[in-house]
Design a binder for this molecule. Sequence first.
Ligand code: CLF
Ligand code: SF4
Length: 527
Amino acid sequence: MESALETASQNASPSLSRLKPLTGIKIEVAGQPESSGCGTTGGEGKASCGTSDGPDDMSPEVWEKVKNHPCYSEEAHHHYARMHVAVAPACNIQCNYCNRKYDCSNESRPGVVSQKLTPDQAVKKVIAVASEIPQMTVLGIAGPGDALASPQKTFETFRQLQEQAPDIKLCLSTNGLMLPDFVDEICKYNIDHVTITINMIDAEVGEKIYPWIFYNHKRYYGREAAQILTERQMLGLEMLTARGVLTKINSVLIPGVNDKHLYEVNRAVKSRGAFLHNIMPLISEAEHGTVYGLTGQRGPSAQELKEVQDACMGGANLMRHCRQCRADAVGLLGEDRSDEFTLDQIEQMDVVYDLEKRRAYQENVEAERQAQQNAKHTALATVTDRAEDNMKVLVAVATTGGGKVNEHFGHATEFQIHEITTTSTTFVGHRRVDLYCQGGFGEDEQLPSIVNAINDCHAVLVAKIGACPREELLAAGIEPVDAYAHEFIEKAALTWFADYRARVAKGEIVHKERGDAAIRQGAFMAA
Ligand code: CLF
Ligand code: SF4
């Protein structure tokens, strides 16, 4: 194993045989074609990717890779789960947003220490989770350090899983420094999804993010370190593209450091065949003890994040549904079931890896997914108001899934945000919030933080809402709407917007621009 890793290829051609980029998820109103998500034929000007309503606009090979990957398909993330195993503790670079006591900020929310696993323990855990959660389709290694700084542990885990759980997709996340050395190894184990965190392509920007790297038995500092890192990242990306591996680029948006620069990053990674670009907000709370946290470097507001994402439209397609999950996360994106699968609990489990049962379950998921898509299209066809004007607003939506407005305001731990025009709805992200309803009672202390998180929205669509939060939301200028409970989100949003514009036209209300919203870090999630 060691020798194979040490002789990992430097020979793969970096020439570009690019995958076609993906389309976004702009949903058009009745009578107009619905632009389906992660296609391979477009993407220009599309708002979001990591999605698809169907395989029609991409090659069968690409569709096969993305259709049940919750990060590469926005639509799939409602149906399929991923898990991470924390087998890679070491790192070979220092990011100013990282404190080694915590999970890797590149792919995880800092603040929670992982239970580090050996490859054998990790494989056992994956098999146990796959048996309990048959919709778990992807296994990722995303730290808590860098997956390729501990290559033996990383690839031994993948090797065993390829043998024991052949239907699980393998996914790897790396800072990219050692990537060119391991492209052969990545292909050998059919790891066909690789994330590279690329925060800059200019060493002058990079030296503000990376104080040092450790490369070829030597420590490099400042601009020289950043220059080596960016060259290695670009080479690794090109090599993966040439080998047909799907790549996603994660970028941490650091206001005042790389916010103006990420557009160039987007274009550079697109030209090298990146499949998706995931621009994530910096998390930099002082208690994490990171350089940025301690020096007061702030993260972006919701609108700052959206502005950078919007500016990047037309380049590499954007992922907007990332939850910055932990390096040992288990479950659907946005939920974390890792507590159910500690090593002690796994020891007690009667684990059987039943491939047929998993397949049968996933066939049912696909049937349900298709039924939801069909029902959504039918519902959208009934929206008839297609007046053309330039008005557009954001709405927050409380949902438990199924593409419907079906969550009570008080039970929501996050809201989906959609941008609505008269003719389209576009998913623009999630906002995490503090749970309002705790122990059966509304918690008024939480309300200001919820208002802050959706303060740029004109309305919040919910299945139900109590009198108290309703009044406070109205006072804050956000309209609580429960008239469309259990309707499809797009139809509900468009119908509400038609009604809103009618009320504005009649002079019943005055349309005003909304302000900015805060990105909530470390919100209270437990019910
Ligand atoms: Fe994990 Fe990352 Fe693979 Fe997904 S996460 S290694 S690509 S399986 Fe996904 Fe989590 Fe965002 Fe990462 S939501 S932090 S993008
Ligand atoms: Fe931390 Fe990940 Fe950066 Fe390494 S690559 S310093 S583990 S955030």
